[in-house]
Ligand binder design. Structure first.
Ligand SMILES: Nc1ncnc2c1ncn2[C@@H]1O[C@H](COP(=O)(O)OP(=O)(O)OP(=O)(O)O)[C@@H](O)[C@H]1O
Ligand SMILES: [Mg+2]
Length: 334
């Protein structure tokens, strides 16, 4: 039997799970390539570390944007490196199950499958992220009772109501944590005449950022440069500042959830009212997000232990049943 792997190539993180071991790899979706000969110099965290520390011919690439493959060749190289890391050599071509956003276009789906095959996979199946998450959470997706899952990622947010093995209502927006980081950086530029890196913006969001207008006061000191002369200095940013900076996008993410519920048939919406909406994805860890979501949607919101891993772990669970679940993959591979 060919080995099988579940792979979630996310906008910011790539994760791999197997049926028996659970999560076996979690690395940033970044690959450092030597542009002289196209060879991969480093992958994931190592590639991030290399940025700015290497000769100019080593360049870090991020092949995914807003949940989709934007650079086929780089995505294939990244996946090749991932397969190698997971012990797949030239002679053990694995079967892989890749997760995709439920709103991915046919072209985006094909690009990802082909990148996996180019990387050495013998066969690439697809599974839609909200379904994978629901399976990962152990929700009864094959029953005639509705389950609701919100997947808040770095590039996309998808909220689905699932019943009888399929998605009955979906709200998908190409807005996620990356957009909040950009909001923070833009706010700093406009209000403090300073420039911060994307990494600093993300760190601010995670440490003092909040979706709540009533959060306790917090502040952080971060390295910045003045826009006028480029001089480095220490910038003080408050939680309130970050909250205001990201509020619009947080609002859009929350609204996607209400839109999804509003589109669901009344009986199924009633099920969600009873069983609640499950939130996963790294973006769901934003302070105050869950409270904001339950306030606006008026349904109970359920969290889980490792929200960022739910999608890939769910796909990993499907590996044992590739045959029986082929219906699910077929609909994702259209
Ligand atoms: N504690 C936190 N507070 C706020 N945001 C967080 C926190 N932890 C992680 N995030 C954000 O979660 C996002 C990453 O989540 P995840 O790994 O689910 O995304 P992804 O799968 O790479 O992206 P996508 O599914 O959109 O392609 C990043 O934007 C990150 O900044
Ligand atoms: Mg994701």
């Amino acid at each position: 039997m060919a080995p099988t792997l579940a792979i979630d190539v996310g906008t910011s993180m790539t994760r791999v799970a197997t049926e028996t071991e659970g999560l076996v790899l979690a690395e940033p979706t970044v690959v450092a390539i030597d542009t002289r000969d196209g060879s991969v110099v480093a992958l994931g965290h190592d590639a991030v570390e290399l940025v700015g520390r290497t000769p100019r011919h080593v360049v870090a690439f991020r092949p995914m944007h807003k949940g989709a493959t934007t650079d086929f060749d780089v995505a294939a190289r990244l996946l090749h490196g991932v397969l190698e890391r997971c012990g797949m050599g030239r002679f053990s071509r694995p079967r892989v199950l890749l997760t995709v956003p439920a709103a991915a276009t046919a072209i985006e789906r094909r690009a990802l499958r082909q990148a996996a095959r180019r990387a050495g996979a013998a066969h690439a199946h697809l599974l839609e992220a909200p379904i994978a998450a629901a399976i990962g959470l152990g929700l009864p997706i094959h029953d005639p009772v509705a389950s609701s899952v919100a997947v808040a990622g770095a590039g996309t947010t998808e909220v689905a109501v699932v019943s009888l093995g399929g998605i009955v209502s979906l709200a998908s927006i190409r807005i996620g944590g990356d957009d909040l980081d950009a909001d923070v950086a833009a706010w700093v530029r406009q209000h403090a005449d300073a420039v911060i890196t994307g990494t600093t913006a993300e760190a601010l969001k995670m440490s003092i950022g909040t979706a709540s207008e009533h959060a306790r006061p917090r502040q952080a000191e971060v390295p910045a440069r003045r826009t006028t002369d480029g001089a480095p200095f220490t910038l003080v940013v408050s939680g309130d500042d970050v909250q205001r900076a990201i509020a619009d996008h947080v609002h859009q993410i929350v609204r996607a959830s209400s839109d999804c519920l509003a589109d669901a048939p009344p009986d199924l919406a009633q099920d969600v009212l009873v069983h609640g909406m499950h939130v996963v994805g790294g973006g769901s860890m934003l302070d105050g997000f869950v409270e904001q979501l339950s306030e606006r949607t008026e349904v109970p919101v359920r969290t889980c232990e490792a929200p960022a891993e739910a999608v890939v772990l769910g796909a990993g669970r499907c590996l044992e049943d590739l045959g029986r679940l082929s219906q699910l993959f077929a609909s994702a591979e259209r």
